[in-house]
Design a protein around this ligand. Structure first.
Ligand code: ADP
Ligand code: MG
Length: 152
């Protein structure tokens, strides 16, 4: 399955989608998150991290650009590149350490890091839809397709 559209009626539904995806992403995965400010990208990441058993506070990496969560078996790197002015800066941030074969990367505003990021397994597009959100998931790898298959 290459694409899946879901309606998320409220914040709880966004969190729940994060939970379910975290559960399915037992291998490492690279997820790109698209959507306007306030669309729910960070909310989704909160659900994802909670789904992996993380119980602490999930803050938005808007200013730090990256928040690492050194969970086992896979560390999670939550990136928000909204404030990145030049993709080259990612090199100095040590981006290569994040996009390794055993990490999970959740990337908000991946378009800001164009040319410097590894290809994603899955893309999540969040759109405002009345009082809720529409989520469109697109698989870009066979692993991503398998995850969508299981999610549907
Ligand atoms: P982003 O990271 O995309 O800028 P945030 O996750 O920080 O967005 O903020 C999203 C806002 O929208 C939060 O106030 C959250 O409560 C709300 N929200 C998240 N998901 C939904 C949803 N499915 N329906 C309505 N409101 C939502
Ligand atoms: Mg955010």
């Amino acid at each position: 399955m290459k694409e899946l559209i879901l309606l998320l009626a409220n914040e709880k539904a966004t969190i729940a989608l994060g939970h379910r995806l975290a559960y399915l992403c037992k291998q490492c995965v690279i997820l790109y998150l698209y959507g306007d400010l306030g669309a729910g990208k960070t909310t989704f990441c909160r659900g994802f991290l909670q789904g992996l058993g993380y119980q602490g506070h999930v803050k938005s990496p808007t200013y730090t650009l990256v928040e690492p969560y050194l969970l086992t078996p896979h560390p999670v790197y939550h990136l928000d590149l909204y404030r990145l002015t030049d993709p080259e800066e990612l090199e100095f941030m040590g981006i290569r350490d994040y996009f390794n074969w055993q990490a999970i990367c959740l990337v908000e505003w991946p378009n800001k890091g164009e040319g410097m990021l590894t290809y994603a397994d899955l893309e999540l597009y969040l759109l405002y839809d009345n009082n809720g959100r529409q989520a469109r998931l697109v698989a870009l790898s066979t692993y991503g397709e398998m995850v969508l298959e299981q999610l549907s």
